[in-house]
Design a protein around this ligand. Sequence first.
Ligand code: DSN
Length: 426
Amino acid sequence: MARSEKYYGPDFNSLERQDPEIAAVVISELERQRHDLQLIASENFTSSAVLATMGSTLSNKYAEGYPGKRYYGGCEEVDKVEVIGIQRAKELFGAEHANLQPHSGASANVAVYQAFTKPGDTVLAMSLPHGGHLTHGSKVNFSGKWFNVVSYGVRQDNELIDYDQLRDLAIEHKPKMICSGATAYPSLIDFEKVRQICDEVGAIMWVDAAHFIGLVAGKAIPSPVPYADVVSFTTHKVLRGPRGGMILSKEKHAAAVDKAVFPGIQGGPIMSAVAGKAVVLKECATPAYQEYAKKVIENCKALANDLQSEGMRAVSGGTQTHLALIDIRSTGVNGKVADERCGKSGISLNKNSIPFDPESPAVTSGIRVGTAAITTQGMGKDEMKVIAGLIARAIKDGDDESKAKEIKSEIHQLTKKFSVYPEPSV
Ligand code: DSN
């Protein structure tokens, strides 16, 4: 997204007239996104084109069903958008089938369970404390309540997925489905190896690619699509699309996936979001996006190294993706406090458990940082060095009001040079 791009968003003037209270929040959130440093690994700045679809009148349309087979009249126009989106998704990812209707990544994952398993079935997935996701079998989530989820993790010596453990558990438990994919795993996943294990035990291979699908779209890392039976993901992380989910699958699973999404777990799709997904899929097919995806990884590698130079430790020695997991125990500050101090200093990131973390998930010994958003802003390696220094100072001094203010003002100077959306003309 060019920094000079004009922003033709929804009609803020009418919102301001009708509901100044909510308009004020929308505007302050835009200011926060513009001025602070956005390092949450699952966030990004979507284009004005995508935002335009999200605020469009497509939001008004009920379209239960699929193109050509709807349960409501008047779907001719929204049918076009979904057909274009499906085609773009299949082309971009080389997928046999695509479903653009999941409302979110978690909804997409519920649909995957619905399509391939029955309550009580055994599923093998990455443990949450080692970087998995709530929907991968957490006891507080439907997945952990309704399924027998067995967890694999990373090795203690190198903090990389323990494929021997994964295979041993697969042979022992004969899972119906094996899930790979994580929310806090900085390395690449060996999909070929996971496929072999799935074949050995006759399991469905499910990849939850929410975090890294944007890097796949930009051809910056290998794709799980040729290997997996089904790939679910969100569309708003590195991919830089609207908030929502998507599912790709082999053609033989197309009917099961579609039935699972609707009528299995959802009613009407959010057609404005489906249109946004179609728009971002076109953006992702450009050389500019491929360049962006490469740069996200370069920046993240640089940021992880720079944080190590500041005395912190990058889990698994660094990163090969858009996110780095940082063990901050050397600072004497835990993840929760670091998150709070960074927040006060104008840095948005999140506390995160590190593998074999001695602290509870509410406290943690780590932070997770991502470079998707700051790379969209146009930042590069020089800025990563500055940012690492600011994070280190915020963790150390961010409880001191005046020091936090000083850091925040330095961040505002930095982000001023890399504006997200043009300033409003009023
Ligand atoms: N909440 C997302 C993340 O931050 O990784 C995962 O769904």
